[in-house]
Structures are given as C-alpha cells and as structure tokens.
Design a protein. Structure first.
Lengths: 478, 268
C-alpha cells in the first residue's frame, strides 16, 4: 500500500522582490500511511513547500523550477475550480498559527461540524477526544482557548474531513512535552488506521524522529557541532532581587484567570514560568509588563513598589521591564521595516543621529544573529523564527533590566533556540539583568534557568529549582 | 507591472471624467448660467446641446457649472468624517474605558435623522451657510463611521506589536498614527468612499430643499428640482444632472475598491 500521493521534485520558489529564494531545490515524497518529517532551519522554506503542495504560492512568488504533483495533478498550474475541489476532498493543512485560521466568532462545535462530510456519523465530541480535548471545549470560541488547545482544534478540523493528505506545519511549537506525545500518538493512529499521508514540519528533531517514517531536510545541511553547553545553575538566593510579585491575580469577567501567584526574579539569573497550555503563563507575563490594568497584588522592582497598571509607571521604569510576545505573526507591525521597528526604541532612548542609529540597529541585528540587510525588510519577508529574533532585538534596544520572554523559542529550531538562549544568557550575565522565561520546553528551562514557577489552571503549584522541575508532581501527573 | 494599473484606471475613468467636468466646467461652459438661449424647455439644438431649462437657459452650461460646489462640499465632509471617525474609533479600541463612553454618546447621536438635523439648523440659523451644513453632516456621520473603525481596530489593538508599544508607554498619538492606522488602510479607503456617497446624498438633499447653503448660482440637485415640471418637454434637463450625481457616487466607490483590491490579490 506504499502508494505515492505527493511528489515534489527539486522545487525552487522565488520571492517577488527578485532573486531571493523562498525555497531552494525542495524535494519530498509522501506515501499513504506514512509520516514524513520536514526539517530545516527557520527560513529554509518548510512552510513554502507545504503551501506549494496545496497549490498555493505567497503573493507575487514564482515557481522558478521543479514541479509538484498531488494525486497525479500538477497543482501549481491547475485551474482554480478543480484545484479547489482537490483541496476540499483530499488535502488538509494545519498552519503554524492555527489561532488565526479559526474563525473567532464560531464555537468549536460549529467549527467542527462545518467541515464534516456527514453530519451524524462523525461526532465532534469523539474527534475532540482523539486530540485529547474535553467535551466542554465544544461550547467555547477560539479566543477562549490557549495556543495549544487552538492547535488541537485545528487538527480536529482536519480529522473531521477524512482527507488523503494531511500537512501539519510546526505541530509541536509551543506545546509541552505531554501534549506533544499525545499529538504524536494522534498522528500515528491517523496514518496507520486511516491510511493518510502525513507531512509534519518542525524543529524538534527528537520528537520528529520518534514520529516520522521518513525524514526530509530542507536548506543547508544540519550543523552537528556546537552541542549546547550546560549552564551551571546559578545559586539564586545570594543574588539581589530584581523583580518580585506577591499575590498576583486577575479575574476576567467572573472567571479567575490567575489567583495569588508569587514570583521572584534575581539579577543575573533566569526564572522560568512553566505549566501546561492554558495555565495562565501569558497572563502572568502581561501583568508583569503592566498590560493588565485590572490585576491585583503587588509588584516590586529593586525593592521599590511599582504600579501594576502600566500607565501609572514612569517611563524610565517601563523601559526597564521588556516583554517579547508569543505569536511571531503579530509581534511586528506589518507596515514597518525591521529598521523602523528597531529604530523607535533607540529614538526614545535619545539616539537621534541617523548614522549612530543605523550603527546601533546593525549591532542589534548582529546580536540576534541576523545580517544587516534584514534592516530594510518588512515582516512579511521574514520567517517566524526571524521575526521572533527581531522582536528580541527590539526588546534589547531598551537595555532592559528584566526581560520577559513569552515562548520566544517555541517557533525556532533547536540550534537557533539554543543560540537565542545563549544570547539572552550572555546579555543577562553581562548587564547583570534578570530574565523571565516562559516555556514548555522543560529541557531548555532546566539548562538555563535557576528557579522555576509552576502554574496550573491559574494557580501557583510550586516554586522550585529548575533542575528539580520533574519532581514537581502536580505538573507531570495532572 | 504595466498590466496592473490598466484595470483600475478603466474603472476609475467615469469618476475621473465627471470630476474633471465639474472642476473644469465653469471655464468651458458655452454660455453664462444666467443667459437665456431659447424658449423654456426647448429640445436639444446647436446652441443648447442638452436643450434648455425652465428659464430658457442652457442645460449643458448649468451642468458644467453646477457640479463643483456639490463635489467640494461632499469631499470636505467625507474627509472630515472619515478622519475624525478613524481617530475616535481607534482611541475607543486602544482605551476600552474611553471607548465605552464614546460608544454610549455616539448611540445617542445616531438616533438623530440627518435630514431633520440639517433642516432644523439651516432654517433656524440660515446664516451658518455651507459651514453649518458641513458641521451637521460631520456630527451625524461620524458616530456610524467611528463604530466601524472601532471594530476594525480592536483586532489590531490585541496584536503583539501594539501590546509591546503600550507596555513601553508609547503615547496615544504614536499608537494611533504609527501602529494602528497604517494597518487599517483598507477600512480607511472603504469608509472614505462610503462617506463620500453619503455626503453627496446629504448635500444634494440640502440643495434640493433649497436650504440656504452657498452652493453657487446653480447646482445639480437644484436643477433636478426646478426642471422637474418640464421633464416631458425636455427630459435632459432632469436626467442629465441626476445621471451626473449617480455616476459620480457609484464610480467613486468602484475606483476606491479597484485601487484597494489591486494591492492584496490572493489566489484562492
């Protein structure tokens, strides 16, 4: 039954601006009942390849050479109507940011029945159970779900349709280890029981190797050197406290999103915030950044109490606490170039001379591992990982004392994630600043963070040394 | 590249023609508007290509002279309403508490029928003239428009880049002009087109009712009203100005949507 359903042969796709290739010599074969993993650095064209299989090219992009055939059709030259029928009946794509693909006005129930072939025989609740979501989710809207839950709903939508080819872009980004294993199990059953050809892209090579029958690498060959060094865990209690929050809470409507959480971050050390998706990690980050005017509790920076509401904080104080938001798609203003996005904090810090600003932008780009020609690009010309790097550079431009990183590495490949964490670590040590890392990646947390705050359903479960984080029972078993 | 502008240019042609005629009209009109050329409601002839009106004056000359007043007033109103509404709507999205206040007060304003408001002000305060008309049109038009902008801006206000800017204490003008409004370009152009049509309608109504707004000696709306008695004798005296108003309103929106859709075409 090893029937080929998708064959891409040496496909090269170029960007509208000219010679820059979005994808170079991408080749892939998908077989029924097999899972193929597509790996590669961020920006190497994994998403572009998947979109090409759907017969979609980004606006203005051109197919320079090579071909894609799906079930015998050349999708890139197909007329619109047959292509639409092919997509409807045989293809499913779950994007990198499923949150933006789900209609925010529809309940999950409607989102699922909408795509069902046969309304009675595929029960939405049963499909939800297959992606490990409780039935209560049916009556919620996408905006009320966490990032991980949205991804599972998007996957459930693909399951409802009973397709031949399933393309999943970065299914593991931003999910914790347990959910990852569940998704792996779901995809495996789908491939073997329903005889679906599945392509999965990602950076997390360990999980991908476990999951995939075939591995395809896109772009430059992987660099096997530079094993991430293990940072010595700093003994936090001897360091001065940078930011501390006590009894932090937030109630939205009548639902407590976060209740009495304590967090302490030390100078020259990193504090981790971990927990399953939906545990309130992002809410905590927003409270610290002053974005939740209704939050309760108290917050101290360097021993002086500061206002919870951002608008009550003086400007110098705001500069000292910087947030890097989660979603790479909306972290940068689409209408502004990288240089404009990075230039603004510099202007606010008083760097007005054009030449000096350009030099500083250059060194900021260097520090996040991007070349200087990125300065003139717009966010739409960057990959998810590259956008996240620019967002980090923008935060670093303020020379913050406390840097809050909300899942910044979840969209990056392992090597890049390590280099970004190394960079954040170096900045932290050099400037004796503090770092708050929100992450699902316990491995990363253990390597870089001193202390960890464990959240579950908006409550503080445990504050422990990051090295002992697995010992925290409630997190692993709940 | 050359291909991309041809289609929008074709669609924009009627609007450009009508606007061109209205602006250049006063200089190219064959007769002064107060000169009688024939008997009232004469059929088209060499001296009057579209015939004459109720005073025996040339319809074509009236048509050419009577456009720019309406057009100018409507354009001023459209720009003011859209600009003001964009600012108010975006502020409402960025500052939810201020937004709630704005919403309640706009609800109250929305209950006021525009024609009634114009009648009321123009009749009780005739000296206000064109400025009064603009003020009323802006006052009654802005609330609707602001609601649309508030809805469009609320999505932008929740994005990461706006949150970072807010967390860094960027001022309201910066958030408005640099972060949110540039991403609302399509809403802005659509609203501008809609508001232009709405303003045309209001200004024409005021002119038709002969309210004391200074729209020059002659205008399209007035032509329709005054010549309607002779529509059977010289239909052009009514049809021509009506067509001019209609073509302008419809083609203006086509133009705007053509410019917009050209920019983000996606193959589906």
């Amino acid at each position: 039954m090893n029937q080929q359903v998708v064959v891409a042969d040496n496909l090269t796709i170029t960007a509208p601006s000219g010679s820059r290739a979005l994808l170079e010599n991408g080749s892939i074969e998908l077989h029924r009942g097999r899972i193929t993993a597509i790996t590669g650095e961020s920006g190497s064209g994994k998403t572009t390849l998947m979109q090409a299989v759907l017969g979609y090219l980004p606006p203005g992009a051109r197919q320079k050479s090579g071909s894609v055939r799906v079930l015998g059709h050349d999708v890139l030259t197909m007329p619109t109507e047959p292509l639409r029928r092919l997509r409807r009946q045989h293809l499913a794509f779950v994007g990198q940011d499923p949150g933006s693909a789900l209609n925010p006005t529809m309940r999950v129930q409607a989102l699922l029945t909408e795509v069902a072939k046969n309304r009675d025989n595929s029960d939405p609740a049963r499909v939800l159970a297959r992606v490990q979501l409780p039935e209560s989710v049916l009556h919620r809207r996408p905006g009320e779900l966490s990032g991980g839950q949205q991804r599972r709903v998007a996957l459930a939508r693909a399951l409802m349709r009973g397709v031949d080819v399933l393309l999943v872009d970065e299914p593991f980004a931003g999910l914790d280890a347990r959910v990852r294993q569940e998704i792996v199990a779901v995809l495996r059953t789908l491939a073997s029981d329903n005889d679906v050809a599945i392509a999965v892209s990602g950076h997390d090579t360990a999980t991908l190797e476990l999951l995939a029958d075939d591995l395809v690498h896109i772009g430059a060959p992987p660099t096997s050197g530079s094993r991430p060094r293990r940072e010595s865990t700093p003994d936090t209690p001897h360091r001065p406290v940078a930011l501390s929050g006590h009894g932090l809470g937030l109630t939205r409507g009548d639902v407590p999103v976060l209740s009495s959480v304590d967090i302490v971050s030390y100078r020259g050390a990193a504090t981790a915030v971990v927990g399953e998706s939906g545990a309130g990690k992002t809410t905590l980050a927003r409270i610290l950044a002053g974005l939740e005017p209704d939050a309760t509790g108290n917050l101290h920076l360097d021993g002086t109490e500061i206002a919870l509401r951002g608008s009550r904080r003086p400007r110098q104080l705001r500069d000292r606490i910087q947030l890097v938001p989660q979603n790479p798609l909306s972290t940068l203003n689409p209408q502004r170039t990288v240089a404009q996005s990075l230039g603004r904090p510099l202007v606010r810090r008083g760097v007005r001379a054009r030449a000096r600003r350009a030099a500083e932008i250059g060194s900021l780009l260097d520090s996040v591992g991007l070349t200087h020609d990125f300065a003139s690009r717009y966010p739409r010309e960057l990959s998810g990982g590259q956008r996240q790097r620019v967002a980090i550079a923008r935060a670093l431009a303020y020379e913050p004392e406390v840097l809050i990183c909300d899942e910044v590495t979840s969209a990056l490949d392992h090597a890049t994630a390590t280099s970004i964490m190394d960079l954040l670590h170096t900045v932290m040590v050099d400037r004796d600043s503090s770092l708050i890392v929100i992450s699902h990646d316990l491995d990363l947390v253990r390597r870089y963070c001193g202390e960890a705050v464990v959240l579950d359903h908006g409550r503080l479960i445990d504050t422990c040394s990051a090295a002992n984080i697995l010992a925290s029972q409630s997190f692993t078993t709940s | 590249m050359t291909r991309t502008w041809i289609r929008p240019a074709m669609i924009a042609l009627p609007a450009v023609l009508v606007v061109g005629c209205a602006v250049a009209g006063p200089w190219v009109a064959p007769h002064p508007v107060d000169e009688g050329v024939d008997i009232p409601y004469a059929e088209p002839s060499a001296a009057a290509p579209l015939g004459t009106d109720h005073l025996g004056q040339d319809v074509l000359s009236h048509l050419l002279v009577g456009g720019w007043g309406l057009l100018l007033l409507a354009a001023v109103i459209a720009v003011l309403v859209t600009g003001l509404a964009a600012v108010i709507g975006t502020v409402a999205a960025l500052r939810p508490r201020v937004g709630a206040v704005i919403e309640r007060s706009t609800d109250a304003l929305m209950l006021l029928p525009p024609v009634l408001a114009i009648l009321l002000v123009m009749l009780s305060w005739p000296s206000s003239g064109a400025a009064g008309l603009v003020a009323i049109a802006v006052l009654v038009g802005t609330p609707y428009c602001a609601r649309v902008f508030a809805a469009a801006a609320s999505g932008i206000a929740a994005t990461g880049y706006v949150e970072v800017a807010v967390a860094n204490g960027e001022g309201l003008p910066y958030l408005l002009l640099r972060e949110v409004l540039p991403n609302l370009r399509s809403t802005l152009t659509t609203q501008l087109g809609l508001r232009f049509v709405e303003a045309m309608y209001l200004v024409s109504t005021a002119a038709f009712l002969q309210l004391p707004a200074t729209l020059g000696q002659s205008n399209w709306a007035l032509m329709v009203r005054e010549n309607s008695a002779g529509i059977l004798l010289n239909p052009w005296s009514v049809v021509a100005p009506s067509l001019a108003i209609g073509i302008l309103a419809v083609s203006m929106n086509f133009t705007i949507s053509a410019i917009r859709s050209d920019r983000n075409q996606v193959r589906t």
